[in-house]
Design a protein around this ligand. Sequence first.
Ligand SMILES: Nc1nc2c(ncn2[C@@H]2O[C@H](COP(=O)(O)OP(=O)(O)OP(=O)(O)O)[C@@H](O)[C@H]2O)c(=O)[nH]1
Ligand SMILES: [Mg+2]
Length: 525
Amino acid sequence: FARRNGNRSSKIPNPKFQKPVLPVPGGESTTYTRLLLPPLSPLPKSSSPKRRHRSPASSAIENDPTEPESDGEYEFSGDENVVKGEEETPSVKEKSVPAVMRSFDRAKIYVKAGDEGNGVVAFRREKYVAVGGPSGGDGGRGGDVYVEVDGAMNSLLPFRNSVHFRAERGGHGHGSMQSGAKGEDVVVKVPPGTVVRMSGKNNVLLVYPGHKGLLLPGGRGGRGNASFKSGTIRWLELELKLVVDVGIVGAPNAGKSTLLSVVCAAKPAVANYPFTTLLPNLGVVSFDYDSTMVVADLPGLLEGAHRGFGLGHEFLRHTERCASLVHVVDVSSPLPDLEFDAVCLELKLFNPKLAEKPYVVAFNKMDLPEAYENWKSFKEKLQSHGITPFCMSAVKREGTHEVICAAYELLRKSNKTRWNMKVIIYGGDMVNLNHVAVAVKKLRNASISDFEICHDSDSNIWHRRFQRVLEACGVYKSLMKLGVKEGDTVIVGEMKKVWHDSSDNSGVSRMKKMSTDSFKWAEWK
Ligand SMILES: Nc1nc2c(ncn2[C@@H]2O[C@H](COP(=O)(O)OP(=O)(O)OP(=O)(O)O)[C@@H](O)[C@H]2O)c(=O)[nH]1
Ligand SMILES: [Mg+2]
């Protein structure tokens, strides 16, 4: 209110909007924005005398709603803004991950569809035409905003520097019935596996290179400025969930990056100190032309990682979509079995589903002299729990092939189950119920009993409408007969695009099938 009236200096006591001030003996006061600092962490940014320019990307990331709000930690007593509980030891370690690492897989972007061009009011005036009538052209359409998967990208880091994406506005109309030109579209390129979130809308997961969708349509020309203005600006949250088949996890310095560098062409940094790897490294392991898998080397995990210690927790969620894990254990650590248990526990505490994933245990650095003794006891212990560990020397490239083949075998098994379990018949508005019936029959013939049929929207209205359409066409009953239960989700349409045949499940063919797909937000799920 004060700002709007230009009275910036008015001091209305409103504790909600005041930063807490610590009383300092010297009379001067210092403003702190964060209370829960770890003992030896650097000074908070706001207390630094230097004002640094912050890029919109970094500010967007700092406004991340998922982050704990620091201001909420203060308590006020009376008129003095005294912080209580100052000497209490923090129970949760504050995240101190640099912004560059946070922007690896998270970003917030501003998109604006092009405004419409204005229609023009003009009248035809020519020699011998006394009353030519109106001849004002319409304004041109504003440019649209699209999002498209770019197979060459592998992180959201480019959005650190460029956050604003604005489509061009449409040209204004002209006299003599000339319409304005259409504004140029803007295409936001994202890496495969990006989830796009828009408030009040379904999230969209973009997986396949070439997958393109319309985010915001441009303004329609000639209808006046106010008509379409409200829908043209959005802040979108992007989150990258790496499309990874196998994740390499383990304690810091265990040799994870060395293993990745040996099994594929990736060249991650390898050094003899913990936390050499700060961001996940990806590599593609190819066995033959059509058998490939994407392997990710993740930063090392420490005890307490699920509470924010170390770096690995930042990227653990990327393993949520892995089919299997390779757990690398360092032979030279004093207690390898305890280290192994600690990492397993961290995975479990982060997400119990992670601990249930199939994994391969690789005992690394077998070329070291102390390896044999440790290996014997380690192997016996794991075998007593029903796990058969592998031993290898990543540096000498011994035993690595067996490890990666075992991981591939797990991937193959899980893929088989995955595709048998979930078959999606996908389509747009083009409802062709014969396709559904044929697809369901195909599934039955292929002995795929447990399948999911998805429709384009998860709204109840759409679901009911869809059901009515099915009923009207007599397909509903036949679907029921075929075992499709109430509540199954159904996508109708060009099913041939996403017919996941379990026998042809290579990444390449999946990619080819999906590459021509596109979506509109409202139709996508
Ligand atoms: N002797 C021996 N040294 C190895 C072997 N594998 C890796 N190392 C060494 O172990 C050190 C750590 O290797 P990295 O591959 O960087 O380990 P990391 O698990 O990726 O470590 P962080 O990224 O820091 O978590 C390097 O000095 C490697 O040369 C091995 O099989 N034998
Ligand atoms: Mg590493």
